[in-house]
Write a protein that binds this ligand. Structure first.
Ligand SMILES: *[C@@H]1O[C@H](CO)[C@@H](O)[C@H](O)[C@H]1NC(C)=O
Ligand SMILES: *[C@@H]1O[C@H](CO)[C@@H](O)[C@H](O)[C@H]1NC(C)=O
Length: 360
């Protein structure tokens, strides 16, 4: 799908196309990652307000041609994020937060990865992003779920997992070849600081990715006994001191990624997992296996994670000590769900200023 810039005729056509659809299908059930059945109103897709217009200041590089930043523009800051009906409200808030705090919002280029068979079509999602952010430079890439579905091991937990969680493994293939660096962001976070500070980090040596590392977390627990007791497999970490990192915020060097064929390296571990249970979680452990101990450590302020709480009902998490540039509601609870249920955690109120959903 190309750079989406509808004129009025296209808009009218889209309305004609989707109106009967909206009325015909009031709601659809969808399995969430947690396994609960959630009601999704397709008509809700239309209920986002237009974001304020964030424009470049005087010191910002001008786009090479026209009003929009093109994908191969050397001044573009690339951000990749998934876009689906389930986390849509979170994604929209995340985009809003990036633009609001960026020193040059007009130079940011968003790459949205949408699933081929989402209940909201990639075309409808593009339309929604365009109406919410009229001057945003973006592209919607379609993720073909069959690329990964056969690789996801068959345990029940993983069968319920959204294949889009694996889209980050395929960025080297999905993104245009001129994109040589990208920031990957989850959809359940907001930035409260300038994304250029994150964009500008140096990946030292031959490092492919950068992310905040958590070396006090017990790394043993991310893998099963059958992994640690396998004398060949567990050798993967020999000579490295691996630490846990969260894959929801990563700076990725796409040149090194493509050259090193890291997609294949991740897939190789997923193949091993299919034959032999070496971990319990889904998309995270292959990243730990490939990159653990070889990650550029980025300041912890760039991923204050865990704000979704653990799986205990109603648990709220405080911030970790130290400064905050990014708030991440990883874990079971999401701020929009808790706010709608009138049971917000204290930190959920920090998410509200970025929410563009019109609940009236
Ligand atoms: C990021 O780097 C660019 C190019 O070197 C520089 O112009 C800009 O001021 C930097 N921005 C921040 C926030 O560090
Ligand atoms: C990490 O967890 C494993 C297994 O639960 C345990 O045997 C080990 O002692 C723990 N290591 C540390 C440093 O706490």
């Amino acid at each position: 799908m190309g750079h989406f810039r509808p004129n009025e005729a296209v808009l009218f056509f889209l309305l004609l196309l989707f109106l009967p659809f909206c009325h015909g299908i009031r709601s659809l059930s969808r399995l969430t990652t947690g396994g609960a059945v959630e009601e999704l109103e397709i008509s809700h897709l239309r209920r986002f307000s237009e974001a304020p217009d964030y424009r470049n200041g005087a010191g910002c590089p001008a786009p090479a041609v026209g009003e929009f930043t093109s994908v191969c523009d050397s001044s573009a800051v690339h951000i990749a994020m998934t876009l689906d009906s389930e986390y849509l409200r979170g994604s929209i808030a995340a985009v809003h937060s990036v633009l609001k705090h960026a020193s040059c919002p007009g130079n940011i280029f968003f790459h949205f990865i949408a699933a081929e068979f989402d209940t909201a079509s990639p075309r409808l999602l593009s339309q929604l992003v365009r109406s919410t952010f009229p001057s945003l430079s973006f592209k919607v890439h379609i993720f073909r779920e069959d690329a990964v579905i056969n690789l996801i091991s068959s345990s029940i937990r993983q069968a319920l997992e959204n294949p889009l969680n694996y889209a980050r493994n395929y960025l080297g293939d999905i993104l245009d070849s001129c994109v040589d660096r990208v920031i990957y962001l989850d959809s359940d976070l907001v930035l409260v600081d300038d994304v250029y500070k994150l964009w500008n980090v140096t990946l030292n040596g031959a490092r492919v990715i950068g992310a905040p590392e958590y070396c006090h977390a017990n790394f043993t627990n991310y893998f099963t006994n059958s992994f640690w007791s396998d004398s060949v497999l567990s050798l993967v970490f020999s000579g490295r001191r691996p630490c846990y990192f969260n894959t929801g915020v990563m700076v990725m060097d796409m040149v090194r990624w493509r050259e090193g064929n890291y997609r294949r390296k991740i897939e190789d571990w997923m193949e091993i997992q299919r034959k032999k249970r070496i971990y319990e979680l889904g998309s995270l452990p292959p990243f730990l296996l490939v990159f653990g101990g070889d990650v550029e450590p980025i300041d912890h302020r760039w991923n204050q994670h865990g704000l979704g709480g653990d799986n205990v009902m109603g648990s709220c998490r405080p911030l970790h000590p130290g400064p905050v540039s990014l708030l991440h509601w990883s874990g079971k609870g999401k701020p929009w769900v808790r706010l709608d249920a009138k049971k917000p955690c204290p930190l959920d109120h920090l998410w509200v200023p970025y929410d563009l959903f019109n609940s009236k």
